[in-house]
Design a protein around this ligand. Structure first.
Ligand SMILES: [Zn+2]
Length: 89
């Protein structure tokens, strides 16, 4: 179960980086975020289900209509990766 320790999880960070490179996660900064209980769907960052006991982040960016639903910890890692990539490019 994802926890705060994910923030220091280099393996997950590398996994998310690969997902961005493969186009499975958008390279964008979230403009609007809705927070709620998990809906049971799989998190696109770590492929684990977001259970009702967990916090689900619904991130909306400028370039895509549907929300990206992830664990909050996965959202942080995803956004960190996006910020670094956008800064480099
Ligand atoms: Zn996740």
């Amino acid at each position: 179960m994802p926890t705060e320790s994910q923030l220091n999880d280099g393996a997950l960070r590398a996994y998310i980086r690969r997902k961005i490179e493969d186009g499975l996660l958008p390279l964008t900064l979230s403009k609007t975020i809705a927070i709620g209980a998990g809906s049971g769907g799989d998190c696109p960052a770590c492929d684990q289900p977001i259970t009702v006991e967990q916090i689900e982040y619904q991130a909306f960016g400028p370039r895509y209509g549907a929300a990206v639903r992830l664990h909050w910890g996965c959202h942080v890692l995803w956004q960190l990766e996006c910020v670094e990539r956008l800064r480099r490019s």
